[in-house]
Write a protein that binds this ligand. Structure first.
Ligand SMILES: [Zn+2]
Length: 692
């Protein structure tokens, strides 16, 4: 009996507060953009005697009942969002337990021109009902929403015959018929909103260890299904083992009728153009699957900043590179710091992590995804991989179906590390910027000769970007041996003294980019992001070429400056004075000593002549060929980039793609398709020292 009583008490203590529940019965007629629905919402009483909902301004509410009785209601424009209305029910004096709202109307908000890339995602639509497909996000107000806290849902939806649908939660039923199809979904864990996506797809569904893995594709793309199904299975296994059991009973890859790359609880919605990109299965798909643990399993409380994209980048994008080996992982971290230096700190667009909500530009991406990913990397270094992974698992287990904030992580990592990491989180979340390192007055002295020689290295590590508390790895190499140490920096200057059993010839500070920091110009290879991220760059248009080519360059210059890059000048008007102290992007290949000097530093892999060019020993002369290459200028902190197409078509086809290739020093295209890409070598810059 005692044991039973104890169990009963434990069960009471563990039962969570009741979550709100919304039950929707809807009928959609995509041909005329129409929805008719009734939503029954359970309320916790906190809304008081007059519960308030957000609902699409396009929908007309026809009836409201509270606890079984018809009640009065008011609809007014919403303050924040012109697409939403504020619906207030007036049930009388007492706070109702359950209200049901009947509504109908058209939701017809076709997506604006889609643009999807590594650098930016454009706003498209929060929801629309189209003859080609249905996409309804909670933000569209397709059902009345009382709060944005996680809630449970049941959806019973009727669609035309031949259609299929996906929503968060478990599919409880599907009844196809000649007059239409009816599907029922029910959430397993609370979710912070309900999406309804529908289309005349072909469904393919398999079972993997009790989880349904499915694709919902338009018939044209059915051949892509197999590789997506295999990819999902691989990622489910990876993350279930690493982070905890997969929290849903299905994962679906759903094709959208406009360009998106969204991840929802239990499914991802990819536009056709995205779905057809060959690398998506190896990168974005895994990222979206991983969001079922962080983002759509544990939700983000954005007060204090969005932690979730950086963590998902850590367990997905970064992890896949890390599986390729130590060097690939180090190169990924270098890219993150390079993007930050070029798009954020050099461009004057810095802000603290506590202010990140979502990526809208290359700069917000470099901070919210890149810097955050490095914060998790530095935590992993501090705790060790095993203890770090235990924290990830614990936070997932304890917060599934709830919102978590940076404070959740601060507490969990402090507990996992057995030390208060408040200083770490304060430093990386509240402060904008990043450390900037230099070395000062290093020397080597022989302190013992004979059979046991000994050498002493002395010097100082200097922080030029303000004082940060960081652990900086140093590597000393010589006589075929290497010694690795870690130095904790707190102040502007930290003395270093190391005793070695060999004579070192080289000192390298943080050669594998373990620390998130701003890079010195000499540490960064000349890459396209140097000019693409620079609001002061000079874009020089070759106006000596043929008229259609000049028009194509002007077009490109217009696009580049629109996306935040500098100022446009014509080659015939360019002076040496105008170039001083600026990064230059040369569109075209005008002749003359001024331009020859600009291009002296181009990578050795690239050779240009009047008929074409050679890149990585491959010759290009066809009219569709175009090249982009970046080299240092005489002032090594500045670069000159060249983009040259052998015809107007070549310029148009490749020009628009350059923004996707910011991390490369040279690129060759034919008819807009990339043929060759590479990064120029650097010598390590000022954080590498050769002892004499
Ligand atoms: Zn993401």
């Amino acid at each position: 009996m005692q044991a039973l009583a104890l169990l009963w008490i434990l069960a009471l203590a563990a039962s969570p507060p009741p979550t709100a529940r919304t039950s929707i019965v809807a009928r959609l007629d995509p041909a005329i953009h129409r929805i008719e629905a009734t939503a029954a919402v359970s309320l916790d009483g906190e809304g008081g005697a007059a519960p308030v909902f957000e609902i699409s301004a396009r929908l007309a509410v026809t009836e409201a009942l509270c606890d079984g009785e018809r009640v009065a209601f008011e609809v007014a424009p919403s303050e924040g969002d012109p697409l939403l209305s504020r619906l207030t029910l007036r049930p009388g004096s007492r706070a109702p337990k359950r209200c049901s709202i009947r509504y109908a109307g058209e939701i017809h908000d076709p997506p604006s021109v889609a643009s999807f890339s590594r650098e930016t995602i454009a706003d498209q639509t929060t929801g629309t009902i189209e003859p080609s497909g249905v996409f309804l996000s909670p933000d569209s107000g397709w059902y009345p929403r009382a709060s944005r806290s996680p809630a449970s849902f049941r959806l019973d939806v009727a669609l035309p015959a031949g259609w299929d649908a996906v929503a968060e939660g478990s599919e409880r039923g599907r009844e196809p018929g000649s007059s239409g199809v009816r599907l029922v979904f029910e959430t397993i864990h609370p979710t912070d909103g309900l999406h309804l996506v529908a289309g005349p797809w072909r469904r393919v569904e398999n079972d993997h260890k009790g989880v349904k893995v499915a694709t919902f594709l338009y018939p044209d793309d059915a051949d892509l299904g197999a590789s997506y199904l295999a990819g999902v299975v691989r990622y489910l296994d990876l993350y279930s083992e690493w982070l905890g059991a997969y929290p849903y009973d299905r994962f679906s890859v759903v094709e959208n009728f406009f360009a998106t790359g969204y991840g929802m609880a239990g499914f991802t919605v990819l536009g056709q153009d995205v779905l057809r990109l060959p690398f998506i299965v190896h990168t974005s798909l895994g990222h979206e699957v991983a969001h079922n643990w962080f983002g759509n399993g544990v939700f983000v409380d954005e007060t204090g900043g969005n932690w979730c994209e950086g963590l998902t980048t850590f367990v997905a994008d970064y992890h896949y590179r890390r599986q390729e080996g130590h060097d690939a992982a180090a190169e990924y971290r270098r890219e993150v710091c390079r993007d930050y230096t070029n798009y954020v700190s050099e461009a004057g667009r810095d802000f603290p992590l506590s202010e990140f909500t979502e990526r809208t530009t290359a700069a917000t991406r470099a901070v919210g995804y890149g810097k955050t990913m490095m914060v998790f990397h530095m935590l992993e270094r501090r705790l060790g991989r095993e203890r770090f992974d235990r924290v990830l698992r614990r936070v997932f287990r304890e917060n599934l179906g709830k919102k978590a904030s940076w404070d959740t992580w601060r507490e969990a990592f402090s507990k996992g590390a057995g030390e208060d990491l408040g200083w770490f989180f304060d430093q990386w979340l509240q402060k904008p910027g990043a450390p900037l390192l230099a070395i000062s007055e290093f020397s080597v002295r022989e302190i013992a000769e004979g059979r046991d020689p000994a050498f002493e290295v002395q010097g100082a590590l200097v922080q030029k970007g303000g004082a940060w508390r960081i652990d900086v790895p140093l590597v000393l190499e010589g006589e075929g041996r290497a010694e690795r140490i870690s130095v904790e920096l707190k102040d502007g200057s930290t003395p270093v003294r190391v005793r070695l059993p060999f004579r070192p010839s080289v000192l390298k500070v943080d050669p594998d980019q373990e620390v998130f920091r701003r890079l010195d110009a000499m540490e960064i290879p000349p890459v396209l992001s140097r000019v693409l991220g620079d609001p002061r760059a000079l874009v020089v248009v070759d106006d000596t070429a043929s008229a259609p080519v000049v028009a194509a360059y002007r077009d490109l210059a217009g696009t580049l400056t629109q996306s935040g890059m500098g100022e446009v000048v014509l080659a015939s008007r360019l002076t040496r004075e105008a170039l001083a102290g600026r990064n230059v992007f040369l569109l075209g290949l005008p002749s003359g000593p001024l331009f020859r000097d600009l291009l002296l530093g181009l990578p050795l892999e690239v050779k240009l002549d009047k008929d074409g060019f050679t890149a990585s020993e491959r010759r290009f002369e066809e009219p569709g060929a175009a090249i982009a290459a970046v080299g240092r200028l005489a002032d090594p902190s500045k670069v000159a980039a060249l983009f040259w197409g052998l015809s107007a078509d070549a310029v148009l086809a490749a020009g628009g793609k350059l923004v996707h290739y910011g991390k490369y020093s040279y690129l060759a295209f034919v008819d807009g398709r990339n043929q060759i890409k590479g990064v120029a070598k650097t010598d390590g810059g000022p954080l590498r020292l050769e002892f004499r």
